[in-house]
Design a protein around this ligand. Structure first.
Ligand code: AMP
Length: 416
């Protein structure tokens, strides 16, 4: 029997905040992580964004410290976007308590953060680089920290934050509770968990590297130069309501934005060369439905928590198979359904195979004659081949090609 929030969360003010969010039942990772953390155990959580992992570490971190003043919980995140998202989530959960939560991230002026830090937070969410800056200037002291959370630890190591994390750990008391969350558990993260944690409990939201079952996954084979045209073709479908498109490079993102924009598509772009204000604006306009498409590099891959993303498009195939899982985790959030579409060109076959190896199953291929790259479909089918199909069904709700009339098919596939 799954536990209810009434059983899982002892603190009434936190239960009230949970009820106000409309959450009915704890998610699986919350079911597993909260009781262990409440007992004081160190916790390693294998969970993707979208599983409810943030509340899984925020709730136990704060519920133990409701009457304590001063910085007691430090949450480290890899990116500004994720840190701000976690701070917002924590704020909502702390709403009826006396605790203050704040965020310090890079890319914005130090001054206001210094003032905020001096005023004092009980819970601090930070990216490692900026936190170290503040520590070196004496703006923040970590000697009262009792709970340390490393969120998206795999991403932090990927981004080269290991030295900063090690430096920060020097200043956090050894006697503490540590929680580490990660979507995947590569060797580096595993080793770090063993090094910095004391006999942790390992909890998993779903088997490692799985994709939510309610995400439909499709691979379109497409010639490189035809990618913009294919995307525009797909965008003709009205059920492509809120579309997040990932490109490999910042330039690629800018070029695609310009192309979509000139075709009349409402679009924003978000990548590392945009400053914080521009990124916020892009995100907000997308979240509020003012634009239909957000083109982004992997900056947006994680921590981007927008409800209602109907489609994620891998305009370029991610180079790391794990990134595929993270990217498509942006759709079908918290129980909704969604579609993830990957554009595969001739040079991407090996990358696709790696992704399918990680997933453990082949992803359905679609080839539309006018976009398909030559000879790239039948010979390159994965181990458990899915028949090459002109999957008109995906372009027409749920109908399959054989359910359409010849006229409809002809129109859809634009042949003859
Ligand atoms: P996260 O994995 O922390 O990024 O959470 C993904 C989304 O799920 C967020 O929008 C949360 O507000 C939402 N969420 C978290 N816990 C629950 C729950 N128990 N029931 C419904 N939604 C939840």
């Amino acid at each position: 029997m799954p536990l209810r929030f009434e059983e899982l969360v002892k603190s009434a003010p936190i239960r009230r905040a949970i009820a106000e969010q409309g959450w009915q039942v704890p998610t699986p990772i919350q079911q597993k992580a909260i009781p262990a953390a409440e007992e004081g155990r160190d916790v390693v959580g294998i969970a993707q964004t979208g599983t409810g992992k943030t509340a899984a570490f925020v709730i136990p971190s704060i519920s133990k410290h409701l009457d304590r003043e001063g910085l007691h919980t430090l949450i480290l995140c890899p990116t500004r976007e994720l840190a701000e998202q976690v701070c917002e989530d924590a704020k909502a959960l702390l709403k009826h308590t006396e605790l203050f939560v704040g965020v310090v991230v890079g890319g914005v002026p130090m001054g206001p953060q210094v003032r905020d830090l001096r005023a004092g937070f009980d819970v601090l969410v930070a990216t490692p680089g900026r936190l170290l800056d503040h520590m070196e200037r004496g703006n923040v002291k970590l000697n009262g920290v009792e709970t340390l959370v490393l969120d998206e630890a795999d991403r932090m190591l990927d981004m080269g934050f290991r030295p900063q994390i090690d430096a920060i750990l020097q200043y956090v008391p050894k006697q503490r509770q540590t929680m580490l969350f990660s979507a995947t558990m590569p060797n580096g993260v595993h080793a770090m968990a063993l090094r910095i944690m004391a006999d942790p409990i390992w909890v998993e939201a779903a088997p490692q590297s799985t994709v939510a079952a309610n995400v439909e996954q499709l691979v379109y084979s497409v010639r490189k130069e035809k990618k913009p045209a294919l995307l525009l073709e797909l965008l003709k479908e009205s059920h492509w309501e809120q579309v997040l498109v990932f490109t490999a490079t910042k330039i690629g993102a800018d070029v695609l934005e310009a192309r979509l924009s000139s075709a009349g598509v409402k679009v924003e772009v978000m990548h590392g060369d945009r400053d914080m204000r521009q990124r916020h604006k892009a995100l907000n306009r997308f979240a509020e439905g003012k634009v239909r498409v957000l083109v982004a590099t992997d900056v947006a891959q994680r921590g981007l928590d927008i409800e209602g993303i109907s489609h994620v498009v891998n305009y370029d195939v991610p180079r790391q198979p794990e990134d595929y899982v993270h990217r498509i985790g942006r759709t079908a959030r918290a129980g909704a359904s969604g579609t993830a579409v990957t554009f595969m060109s001739a040079g991407d076959i090996a990358l696709l195979k790696d992704i399918e190896r990680l997933l453990g199953y082949p992803v359905e291929r679609i080839s539309l004659p006018e976009f398909d790259y030559e000879g790239g479909t039948v010979a390159d089918q994965p181990a458990k081949p899915v028949a090459k199909s002109n999957r008109a069904g995906s372009r027409m709700g749920t109908r399959k090609a054989h359910e359409l009339s010849p006229e409809e098919l002809k129109e859809l596939l634009k042949v003859g």
